[in-house]
Design a protein around this ligand. Structure first.
Ligand SMILES: Cc1cc2nc3c(=O)[nH]c(=O)nc-3n(C[C@H](O)[C@H](O)[C@H](O)COP(=O)(O)OP(=O)(O)OC[C@H]3O[C@@H](n4cnc5c(N)ncnc54)[C@H](O)[C@@H]3O)c2cc1C
Length: 424
């Protein structure tokens, strides 16, 4: 290795993690080259937070870690080095002021995700990072004959591009993202690189994603959005997820913030078997209070058809489905509704049950759960334990969190740790 190569760091991927890693390494004095397969940097960042980029969450470390779904303990030491306060300061210092909104979600003041990428680009330019666009890395170049003491994995030598060019370096940081929204450039190359280097990759699945349901009920209600409902996802009798919030029905099943959060918790189980989804449609009322309310509505309109009266209790799209669930003919006059039918209405309103059958695909998933096993990587530096000089950062790692800016913070935190350590 020449002296120039000894001080050169290669970053694969110009997303959130890769750009932060490149900036951190260059800040520490290294010559950094970043290879991005797309024609521009940060393609995924542009679509985050509905184009506004919820770039982090303005909360303490413990609150942050509570929102991490997989391998949260792994993040402790990296978060000590770079947390959400550091992220906010970084963007402020690089010309993108930020603001904190509901739920501690942090956005650029401009409400433009492009300003997040612009700040990173400005920083990289100032520090002399050399960016190569339209440059897809094909494989890692490993030097097997130079083992580290504890294993025979060897050391990294550099990368080979798709066009056959070889670039050599003392350290390579893999920040190629996961499998979600592959149109942004993340097609899982990093998992292949890790596999070729002999590292374990935890099986992947889409996460923060909508879910499919059995039967025709959800499609019949497509477009219906429900606020302040309580949902429970159960595997047999075991409750896997229980929360209040907002959800919606679609042509294939269920979506909305509550369902995306549920997917992150129940996704692994759902890959094995169907799960039951119980929705409490009137979570503010006890069954007794609901029964009283129904009696009041019925007393005020005893000669009208139930399908018309039910509009005071349910949104229009829910009425035929609910009456069908309860075995009530929509043309039945309210005065003829039996006590048993009223009881059924109360029961199905408090516990409307659908069957979840599958997660939707990577094209619709906010993140990928699974990835390069964190057991292969040192938590303070992101360096691979068996291949010296090889680092991983961002979504390519087996780390994922809930919505709220936590996933991008994982990218900033791991990217910063990898860049800083690689430069040493
Ligand atoms: C619709 C949507 C909205 C989201 N909103 C938010 C949000 O508001 N807040 C939040 O915290 N998180 C959000 N996320 C999640 C967040 O975007 C990701 O967690 C984050 O972008 C991961 O960063 P990364 O750098 O690890 O991967 P990526 O952003 O996927 O970047 C990887 C980069 O590597 C490049 N690459 C891949 N393979 C190669 C190769 N072989 N050679 C060269 N380059 C390569 C890709 O082109 C890509 O540019 C959202 C995700 C989606 C899909």
């Amino acid at each position: 290795m020449t002296s120039e190569e000894r001080n050169r760091i290669i970053v694969i991927g110009g997303g959130a993690a890769g750009m932060m890693a490149a900036a951190a390494a260059a800040q520490s004095g290294s010559h950094v080259e970043l290879f991005e397969r797309n024609e521009k940097l940060g393609k995924k960042i542009y679509i985050t937070g509905k184009g506004r980029c919820n770039l982090t969450n303005n909360c303490g470390k413990d609150a942050f870690l509570e929102q991490v779904c997989s391998n949260r303990r792994f993040l402790y030491s990296a978060l000590e080095q770079w947390d959400s306060a550091d992220t906010m300061r970084f963007f402020e210092e690089n010309g993108t002021p930020v603001k904190t909104e509901r739920g501690n979600r942090v956005f650029p003041v401009s409400d433009h995700a492009s300003d997040v990428t612009a700040a990173l680009q400005r920083c990289m330019k100032r520090l002399g990072v050399q960016v190569h666009l339209n440059s897809r890395v094909k494989r890692l170049l490993l030097e097997k004959e130079c083992p580290v003491p504890e294993d025979s994995g060897g050391r990294i030598r550099g990368v080979e591009l798709e066009n056959g060019e070889k670039h050599f370096a003392s350290a390579v940081i893999v920040a190629t993202g996961g499998l979600s929204y592959p149109s942004t450039g993340s097609e899982g190359d990093g998992y292949r690189f890790a596999g070729e280097a002999g590292l374990k990759v935890t099986p992947c699945r889409p996460s923060l994603v909508a879910m499919e349901t059995a039967g025709e009920e959800a499609p019949q209600m497509q477009g219906l959005s429900l606020k302040n409902v309580q949902v429970r996802v159960k595997d047999g009798k075991k409750v896997l997820f229980e929360e209040f919030g907002e959800m919606m029905f679609t042509h294939f099943g269920v979506s909305g913030p509550l369902m995306l959060s549920a997917s992150a918790i129940v996704g692994k189980k759902l890959a094995d078997r169907p799960l039951s989804l119980e929705i409490d449609l009137k979570s503010a009322l006890t069954p007794e209070q609901l029964d009283e309310r129904i009696l009041r509505e019925f007393a005020a309109a005893s000669n009208r058809k139930i399908a018309n009266v039910a509009g005071t209790l349910y949104p229009a799209k829910l009425i035929p489905v609910m009456l069908h669930h309860c075995g009530i003919d929509p043309d039945t006059p309210v005065r003829d509704i039996t006590k048993a039918q009223r009881k059924a209405l109360v029961e199905h309103t408090k516990r409307f049950v659908l069957t979840l059958t599958a997660l939707r695909g990577y094209n619709e998933a906010v993140i990928t759960a699974g990835g390069v096993s964190v057991k292969e990587v040192k938590p303070d530096t992101m360096e691979c334990k068996t291949v010296r000089g090889l680092y991983f950062a961002g979504e390519v790692l087996d780390l994922d969190a809930r919505t709220g800016g936590f996933n991008l913070q994982i990218a900033w935190t791991t990217g910063h740790a990898a860049g800083t350590a690689a430069a040493k």
